[in-house]
Design a protein around this ligand. Structure first.
Ligand SMILES: *[C@@H]1O[C@H](CO)[C@@H](O)[C@H](O)[C@H]1NC(C)=O
Ligand SMILES: *[C@@H]1O[C@H](CO)[C@@H](O)[C@H](O)[C@H]1NC(C)=O
Length: 595
């Protein structure tokens, strides 16, 4: 056994004969392999937030000086590191050295990468890894941890299917708020947990969440009662098959990618937009009477028809969670942005057309103008003015490092004022909308240069009434707001919350969670700012690119306070959009008075 002595007992024993020492059980023993594992843990995810007292031996008998550790008979039995802003990924197999571990808890950190391998930890009872950034699938061997009582994996980014957990000891199980898929295994244990343990995994189905699996539901592989060699061999065979398949597929994919790139370079790409629309044109040819046409709002805009759009060369500008946007260059020289929206096919023709007509009437210099739309049963297009632009997300967060053009304070202030103006306009002109914008985030704030200046325009507004189910609304930025997460009533204050998050991004230069992925970290950004500000206002939170503008620190503080009010957990405590605009204008006014 891997037994060693702590320093004190070593001194005590040094007078003794070396050979005997190892055989006598001595007070203060510890296990270097455990210490080694914890040091590596500290170095890979901890620094600099892990406890400074992680030095020396982790355990002295049943005692420890180490924060977050509990010991029993010289062994580490608990590792509890909740909410320490740990980041980085867990080295694979690392924890297997903690052979007597019963509790592993790292809730509410920012740990990335796959879940840890815990193959040999047969004493493990509690696994609490919720609220992190874990990806990949739930390791299959977790179902063979014989003493598992509680496992909490909710609020991560896990994918794949749920393994068939069937330990009778299991009393708590939560995998909600991930991206898991497939049927919930039909083991007695799993079927016994309530809906809230599985919810918010759009791909899951099964009885606990009252969502039928597409028949015939594949029967999950039964857990083999004890891991036999046979079991292992079949895994190997599967791995092998995978490797063979991959070695065949990879060159094939490389060729595909090359072809795609080649075609892209050489323009005239047949895009999904054209392809999808060709189907329409043939429908139209069959029945010209019935087919919908493009509808225009502004008669001054040079009109074009669906055929023109079909012939246009199209290029993908971006893929979002609810739509794909194309740049379409029509033969007449007109360029437009076409959004092909998903998830709206449950709508009636009337609902869609009414909403589009409402949105088409909106005109504001800080809103991207909708010029037309097209609606048929399986294809919905919204046509916007095209802007040569970058979005705020790219300008704030991309190309950090050398070669980047910094975004100065004055520009940031003017951008945020423009966004506030657009939002205030929406809130006044869509009074019957629960949440007028509903999808405000930095990637929907477009900036195009006009000489020295930026013009700011907000896009993707007014989609909330078009997305009937909660599941599709989850793809909107308002799903970041606390009231949405708690399933409470939504008001226009959800927009104010999203606005507050953009303010925080502008001030701190930090990303409030992963674009395209879940956005729950948005809340963490405001919590973090709140923490820093409560512990004495400090310039620590400011983006380095504006830190140098010392004379504006006061204004930055004012804006930070406004951002914190906007992101208050209770919607009624957030200011109205008109109030937000007024306060930003005040700050801007002061600035120009000082200039
Ligand atoms: C170790 O440090 C943490 C925080 O720094 C503290 O909470 C804990 O009490 C410390 N442990 C001991 C035994 O001093
Ligand atoms: C599972 O986790 C989610 C998200 O944290 C929570 O809302 C839900 O109440 C949990 N379910 C149970 C049964 O604890």
């Amino acid at each position: 056994m891997n037994l060693a002595l702590n320093f004190a007992s070593l001194l005590l024993c040094i007078a003794m004969l070396d050979g005997i020492v190892a055989l006598i059980p001595i007070v203060g023993e510890y296990y270097p392999s455990e210490q080694e594992a914890l040091f590596r843990l500290r170095d890979s995810i901890g620094s600099p937030n892990l406890y400074s007292n992680w030095t020396g031996p982790p355990c002295m008998n049943n005692q420890t000086r180490w924060g977050g550790i509990a010991c029993s008979e010289g062994h580490v039995v608990h590792v509890v590191l909740d909410g320490l802003r740990l980041a980085g990924s867990l080295p694979p197999l690392l924890l297997n050295n903690l052979t007597l571990l019963t509790k592993l808890s790292m809730r509410s950190n920012s740990i990335v990468g796959p879940l840890p391998e815990l193959t040999d930890l047969i004493h493990l009872e509690h696994i609490f890894l919720s609220r992190n950034v874990f990806t990949g699938s739930i390791p299959f061997h977790y179902i063979r941890l014989p003493n598992l009582k509680k496992i909490e994996l909710q609020e991560n980014y896990l994918q794949g299917e749920i393994p068939p957990f069937d330990q009778q000891s299991l009393v708590t199980f939560n995998v909600s708020y991930n991206s898991l898929q497939g049927p919930i295994p039909q083991t007695d244990v799993l079927q016994g947990f309530p809906e809230s343990c599985f919810e918010h995994n759009s791909g899951l189905c099964g009885r606990p969440i009252k969502k039928q699996c597409p028949a015939p539901a594949p029967v999950p592989p039964a857990p083999s009662p004890s891991p036999t060699h046979g079991g292992k061999r079949s895994f190997r065979a599967r791995d092998l098959a995978f490797i063979i398949a991959a070695s065949v597929l990879v060159p094939f994919l490389v060729i595909l990618v090359f072809l795609w790139y080649y075609r892209r370079l050489h323009g005239k790409e047949e895009t999904a937009m054209n392809a999808g629309l060709h189907k329409l044109s043939s429908q139209r040819a069959a029945d010209p009477e019935k087919a919908a046409e493009l509808e225009f709002f502004d008669k001054n805009i040079p009109a074009f028809d669906l055929d023109d759009l079909l012939r246009a060369s199209a290029e993908v500008l971006g893929k979002g969670r609810i739509s794909t946007t194309y740049k379409a260059s029509l033969e007449a020289g007109v360029v437009v942005a076409v959004k092909r929206v998903k998830d709206m096919n449950g709508l009636s023709n009337k609902e869609f057309v009414q909403q589009m007509q409402l949105l088409g009437k909106l005109k504001h210099e800080n809103l991207v103008q909708i010029i037309s739309f097209y609606n048929s049963k399986d294809e919905k297009l919204i046509i916007y003015e095209f802007l040569h632009c970058a979005n705020l997300f790219e300008l704030l967060h991309e190309n950090r490092g050398s070669g980047r053009i910094p975004l100065n304070w004055v520009t940031r202030l003017s951008i945020i004022k423009d966004v506030a103006m657009a939002m205030n306009y929406l809130h006044q002109h869509l009074p019957n909308h629960k949440v007028p914008h509903a999808n405000l985030k930095s990637s929907n704030v477009l900036l195009h240069r006009q000489g020295q200046n930026h013009r700011t325009k907000v896009t993707d507004y007014g989609y909330h009434p078009l997305l009937s189910s909660r599941r599709s609304s989850e793809k909107l930025a308002i799903s970041r707001s606390p009231e949405f997460c708690q399933g409470k009533k939504l008001t226009n204050k959800a927009d104010v919350y999203c606005f507050g998050i953009i303010l925080l991004e502008i001030i701190t230069g930090r990303i409030p969670g992963d674009e395209g992925g879940e956005e729950r970290e948005a809340g963490e950004l405001s919590e973090w700012v709140r923490d820093v500000v409560n512990n004495d206002w400090s310039t620590d939170i400011l983006d380095v690119e504006i830190l140098g503008t010392r004379e504006a620190h006061d204004d930055m503080l004012k804006l930070t306070n406004l951002a914190l009010e906007c992101t208050a957990a209770a919607p009624e405590e957030r200011p109205k959009m008109s109030e937000v605009l007024r306060r930003i204008e005040e700050i801007e006014q002061r600035k120009s008075d000082n200039d």
